[in-house]
Design a protein around this ligand. Structure first.
Ligand SMILES: [Zn+2]
Length: 411
């Protein structure tokens, strides 16, 4: 009897193991690849501490993605510098190859590379590339373009229109920001390549029915720039989460999708050593990831969500300025206009630049070592099919290889 029971439980264990193995081997049909530009470990900790401070609590409250079951860390150096730029890091995250700072989608010898987005597209996945910065900016461009110079925005934009990817979205085209003729050429090329261009979620909803391929931009007056910081945006304006939501709606199909979404303005806020916007742009990423997480809950056995960064920006320190009394309540009160006793101005003055941005960091005792990028490792968070492969230490060139592996695509 005892033996039979043992035999049964062994058989049961074997069956369980077989089921769980099949599950793990199933290809990721829906992939979300989020890149928080400039988001180091400290940016995540800073934002979590802000959430706690806004509830008058000590410590931190988790973001959606910081609760994912797998956490790893990613080395970010480029082919020629310990400290990378966004195009070299974007190229590594998109193509699995290191390149020199300033180069995009090609290796250090200027040989063009094929990104994971093209590989996914060839394998039958629909592809969406989006950013809260302009969509011809270094990180998104690494997924659809090759250029010896990341600043060659016009050439990069034309490559976007020729990529054949089904969805682009976010801020507009930097390429056309100073040159109307160039802007016209980009939109002409997009139309010739059968892209439908819309300037709001409402327009997207009205036109998605007849559209084969879609470019969702901000309203026309803003379409040559990045999406404004949340704290400076107008009510109802396009946000990264809206773009991700539209992308999921447009791309969902039986053969799966690959979505890369960049929160590009975390980097810009950190370059400015601007604590309030660094926190709020990280929260914008969190809202966009929450859209993916809702999708994951509906398709847990077919979805993979990755959240990582290309590099750290600002060398942010929690407790700086020779003072360990780090307190973000002051930032919260600033942003919410509840001016506390020792602050003699309000958030409008802060946002309009009438008071120095570093005053708020100094009061909160948030330190910054630089207005540039740093060489520190960045976090990677994962949930869903194959998430276990993203634990521990890895190089940024390994990330797209691991994602392809989860999708069952040869890299
Ligand atoms: Zn940067």
């Amino acid at each position: 009897m005892k033996f039979r029971r043992l035999k049964f439980s062994v058989l049961f264990m074997v069956a369980l193991l077989a089921i769980s193995c099949t599950k793990q081997e199933k290809d990721a049909k829906y992939v979300f690849y989020f890149i928080g530009d400039g988001m180091g470990f400290s940016h995540v900790a800073l934002t979590e501490a802000y959430l706690a401070a806004s509830e008058d609590k000590i410590g931190s409250l988790p973001l959606s993605f910081s609760q994912f079951p797998t956490l790893g860390m990613v080395a970010t150096h480029s082919a020629n510098r310990n400290t990378t730029c966004s195009s070299a890091a974007g190229t590594a995250l998109a193509t699995g190859t290191k390149t020199k700072n300033g180069m995009l989608g090609m290796d250090a010898d200027s040989v063009a590379l094929k990104s994971i987005a093209y590989k996914a597209h060839e394998a039958g996945y629909k592809v969406g590339i989006m950013s809260s910065a302009t969509i011809d900016h270094a990180t998104p461009a690494s997924f659809y373009a090759s250029s010896a110079k990341r600043s060659d925005y016009f050439n990069i934009s034309i490559q976007l229109t020729e990529s054949d990817f089904e969805f682009f979205g976010g801020g507009g085209f930097h390429a056309g920001s100073r040159d109307k003729a160039k802007a016209d050429s980009i939109f002409k090329s997009a139309a010739a390549n059968e892209y439908t261009i819309v300037n709001s979620v409402e327009e997207y909803n009205a036109k998605k029915g007849e559209a084969e391929k879609m470019i969702l931009l901000q309203q026309k007056e803003q379409e040559m720039g990045s999406i404004p910081y949340y704290l400076q945006s107008e009510e109802g304006s396009l946000r990264l989460a809206d773009v991700v939501k539209a992308a999921v709606d447009f791309l969902e199909n039986e053969d799966g999708f690959f979505i890369m979404a960049e929160a590009g303005t975390i980097d810009w806020a950190a370059h400015s050593n601007d604590v309030a916007n660094t926190v709020y742009e990280t929260l914008e990423l969190d809202k966009a990831v929450a859209i993916a997480y809702e999708f994951y809950l509906r398709h847990p056995d077919e979805t993979l969500i990755i959240v990582t960064a290309d590099h750290e920006t600002g060398g942010v320190a929690l407790g700086g300025n020779s003072n360990s009394k780090y307190n973000l309540k002051i930032v919260h009160d600033y942003v919410n206009k509840n001016v506390s006793k020792d602050i003699d101005t309000n958030v409008d003055n802060y946002m309009s630049g009438e008071i120095p941005i570093d005053e708020l960091s100094a009061k909160a005792n948030v330190g910054w070592t630089t207005t540039n990028h740093t060489a520190t490792h960045v976090p990677i968070f994962a949930i869903g099919v194959g998430h276990q492969n993203f634990s521990g230490r890895m190089d940024n060139t390994e990330v797209p290889v691991k994602i392809c592996d989860a999708m069952g695509i040869e890299f």
